[in-house]
Ligand binder design. Structure first.
Ligand code: PHE
Length: 440
């Protein structure tokens, strides 16, 4: 049997896992939902949930991966035959997320190319008319998928790890520079206040649920990504420390992304009631008004591209390792499975902004439906099943024994972590699901 690949270094693993976590969820979604949902108050709730729910599940998933050294399906089955279906759900989620993610990846490439060539996207209607075109957005989406596929072909340490170790530090530097620029713009003060001033009156039940959904999506939980990445670790790795680092870095990036975006929007005299169109409609207006705006715009879309690529490859690797190991297909061939499937579903998703716009599922167009189905349904279900699996099938004692291997300072929180996994997580996740189905 072929020897299983491994990460080349601890730094490389952390950059890859942070690369998976830091994505459009941080840079595009976090600023706008924070702005809409009570600023500082939302950030506090988000951080609390990240510590309680996010960290707990990250550690559990990495432990499953490292204990079994197998893909998401074989990992569950390896611990207890018959439970591989939890991994299969993750593999399905991965296809679905990559399909809409790469449509956005294509938009990012388009904006990057416009800014890099000195062009402008500021005209009103640029975004809506571009995304509804039948051919060009599909081509950019294919380019995005092709970039990810080429990286995956080079494998774990030669592809994913190398690329993440370069892209992530660059992303941190670019993001910090843009945030510094944004908060020092004249008129940025009002934006900083809007972003940070806690408004507890806006904290409703819905806001708490959306914060929890955001924790799941942003930390790449509930679908086997971290099981897969953890499976390339060896037992000397300190997964307690690594999980803390991944959680902290992902949260820091989200908060800094808010500083990069919201004050700039205020400084440019834009209204704060932005929504999902923030990145592609509101920000380009900002880039028009600041000195060297086009260079800043190019740098900004480059960092968003890094974030999107390192997340998409983590999603695709879940599929590649499953098909590669289950059907003994070589990596160079297995990478074409997510490429082809996501190219097909992604094209349909892209066209749902134009010629296929009249098709609606549960009142949503195909693109919005895919995003809703994966993030609001598949990930929480996957997360709940993973917690129940750890709690009652694998047992928290076995999980803690695995976690303790390699942990330099032991695992002092073992009892608390086990309590969270057994009793708190399933209840919290069930509440999100009931909420999503409109039952609460
Ligand atoms: N965490 C990524 C983001 O914030 C998205 C993602 C979800 C990646 C699930 C992998 C698995 O954009």
């Amino acid at each position: 049997m072929e020897k299983r690949e491994k990460w080349g270094s601890r730094f490389g693993f952390i950059m890859a896992a942070v690369g998976s976590a830091v994505g459009l969820g941080n840079i595009w979604k976090f600023p706008y939902i924070t702005g809409q949902a009570g600023g500082g108050a939302f950030i506090l709730i988000y951080i609390l949930l990240t510590v309680l729910v996010g960290f707990t599940i990250i550690l559990g998933e990495i432990a499953i991966g490292r204990a079994t050294r197998a893909n998401a399906f074989a990992a569950f089955n390896g611990i207890k035959p018959g439970f591989g279906f939890i991994g299969i759900l993750g593999i399905i989620a991965s296809f679905v997320i990559v399909s809409f993610y790469s449509v956005i990846g294509g938009w990012i490439l388009k904006y990057l190319s416009v800014y890099a060539l000195g062009g402008s996207v500021k005209t009103d209607g640029f975004f809506t008319s571009f995304v509804s075109l039948p051919v060009e957005p599909v081509i950019w989406m294919l380019v995005f998928l092709a970039i990810c596929t080429l990286i995956l072909m080079r494998g774990i340490s030669g592809g994913i790890e190398k690329v993440s170790s370069i892209m992530m530090p660059l992303l941190f530097i670019l993001l910090a520079a843009i945030a510094l620029r944004a908060v020092t713009l004249p008129g940025a003060g009002a934006g900083i206040e809007f972003y940070l001033k806690p408004d507890f009156s806006k904290i409703t039940w819905d806001v708490v649920v959306s914060a929890l959904g955001q924790v799941f999506f942003s930390l790449s939980l509930g679908m086997g990504t971290l099981i897969t990445y953890g499976s390339y670790l060896d037992s000397r790795s300190d997964i307690v420390k690594d999980s803390v680092l991944i959680t902290v870095l992902d949260t820091i990036v989200s908060v800094i992304a808010g500083f990069a975006v919201i004050p700039a929007v205020f400084a440019a005299g834009q209204t704060p009631d932005f929504g999902p169109s923030l990145l592609f409609v509101t920000l380009p207006h900002v880039f028009e008004t600041i000195p060297f705006g086009h260079a800043v715009g190019a740098a900004f879309f480059l960092l968003v591209l890094f974030a999107a690529v390192t997340s998409a490859i983590s999603l695709m690797q879940v599929v590649v390792s499953f098909f590669g190991e289950t059907f003994r297909i070589k990596r160079e061939a297995a990478v074409f499975i997510p490429f082809v499937c996501c190219a097909v579903i992604g094209s349909v998703a892209s066209l749902s902004h134009g010629i296929l716009g009249s098709i609606s599922i549960l009142g949503k167009n195909i693109f919005d439906f895919l995003s809703f189905f994966a993030s609001d349904i598949l990930l929480p279900i996957g997360g709940m099943l993973t917690c129940l699996f750890i709690a009652f099938v694998w047992t928290t004692d076995s999980a803690c024994a695995e976690i303790k291997k390699g942990a330099k300072h032991g695992f002092k929180l073992a009892a608390f972590w086990s309590f969270l996994i057994k009793f708190v997580m399933p209840v919290i996740i069930l509440i999100i699901l009931l909420r999503v189905f409109g039952a609460v």
